[in-house]
Design a protein around this ligand. Structure first.
Ligand code: DAH
Length: 339
């Protein structure tokens, strides 16, 4: 048997093949189910016990060598084939891995889509803003605590230049350019000086809405928000408005939706409340209209603002906010089907 192994090893070392088909013939001859090396391995049973160790080792060496040789012949033949122009153009291509849309883009697109069906158009503003657009024009008093260092990132050399801490600044950008009727939806990134944790980040994303025309009332706001909630979370969704305060709206409210998990019965997601907070809203304060060049005796309007991460969390139950900015492909691939 050792002789046979030696002889086959010799053969294997001297194999030659010019085309992939010839390589395949050699593979069949030596390594297929009925190949010579495979048959040899089948005979291993009959080797006397005292020789088993040596014969076993040799057979393994032979098999590994044959695999190596045939693989390198295969590679050579493929190169040869390309070099001589014998490329099989009908062969199927390797599938290219496709990227996935980021979950925040998916949710942002969905929000923008719902409001565009209601006649809202897209507006954008800069992320590096001035104090006027972020705060003063939005009716924040000079000593309002939100201007404090804790919230706002300042550009060091220019205390008036800041990273916007909310997309409400785009309201001012739109109003200074355009007279009513105004119907805009403004998605974008915002920055706040917060320690990064599972529940907070120094940047996140918001969508702002602004609607200004003659005779716009709170019931218009409520109807649009109900429609949005039902499109976003399902037609059984209920909304609840709670009085709140924002400098740029009067009256102001926060909106809850019936829990997207339990439907309102109470569960761990809604902490037994049956409701989940999703956005802030209100009637645009006349002082804001006037500061931005719009006649508040003729026009009224509503505004709302929501966090995209918040909505994405409710839809996909992402427990840790940091996942959204780490770009771990294992996380991103979870959203392939949601594209
Ligand atoms: N700008 C607010 C925030 O960042 C969200 C907001 C609340 C926007 C009420 C609005 C609004 O337009 O009317 O928390």
């Amino acid at each position: 048997m050792l002789d046979k192994i030696r002889q086959l090893l010799e053969e294997v070392n001297n194999l030659h093949a010019a085309t992939p088909e010839e390589v395949e013939q050699l593979r069949i001859k030596y390594l297929s189910k009925k190949g010579e090396i495979t048959m040899l391995m089948n005979d291993f049973r009959s080797v006397p016990a005292e020789l088993k160790r040596e014969v076993g080792q040799r057979i393994n060496e032979l098999k590994n060598r044959a695999n190596e040789r045939i693989n390198s012949l295969k590679a050579e033949a493929a190169v040869q084939e390309t070099a001589t122009g014998h490329i099989d153009l009908t062969r199927t291509a390797y599938p290219l891995p496709l990227g996935t849309r980021h979950p925040l883009s998916i949710v942002k697109n969905e929000i923008v889509d719902i409001f565009s069906r209601l006649g809202f158009t897209l507006a954008e503003g800069p992320e590096v803003e001035d104090d006027w657009h972020v705060y003063s024009s939005m009716n924040f008093a000079d000593d309002h605590p939100a201007r404090d260092m804790q919230d706002t990132f300042f550009v060091e050399a220019h205390p008036d230049i800041i990273l916007r801490s909310h997309t409400s600044s785009v309201q001012a950008r739109v109003m200074e350019r355009q007279q009513p009727p105004i119907r805009v939806i403004c998605p974008g990134r915002v920055y706040r000086n917060e320690a990064i944790s599972a529940r907070a980040h120094c940047f996140f994303h918001q969508v702002e809405g602004l609607y200004i025309d003659e005779k716009v009332s709170f019931k218009d706001l409520k109807q649009v928000l109900l429609l949005f909630a039902q499109e976003m979370f399902g037609s059984d969704t209920k909304i609840r408005l709670r009085p709140s305060y924002f400098p740029f709206t009067e009256p102001s409210a926060e909106m809850d939706v019936s829990c997207t998990i339990c439907g309102g019965k109470g569960c761990s997601m809604c902490k037994g409340e049956g409701w989940l907070e999703i956005l802030g809203c209100g009637m645009v304060d006349p002082a804001v209209l006037e500061a931005n060049g719009i006649d508040s005796t003729r026009y009224s309007g509503y505004a709302f603002g929501m966090g995209i991460e918040r909505i994405a969390n409710l839809k996909y139950q992402v427990k840790d906010l940091r996942m959204f900015s780490e770009n771990d492909v294992r996380f991103l691939e979870e959203f392939t089907a949601a594209n």
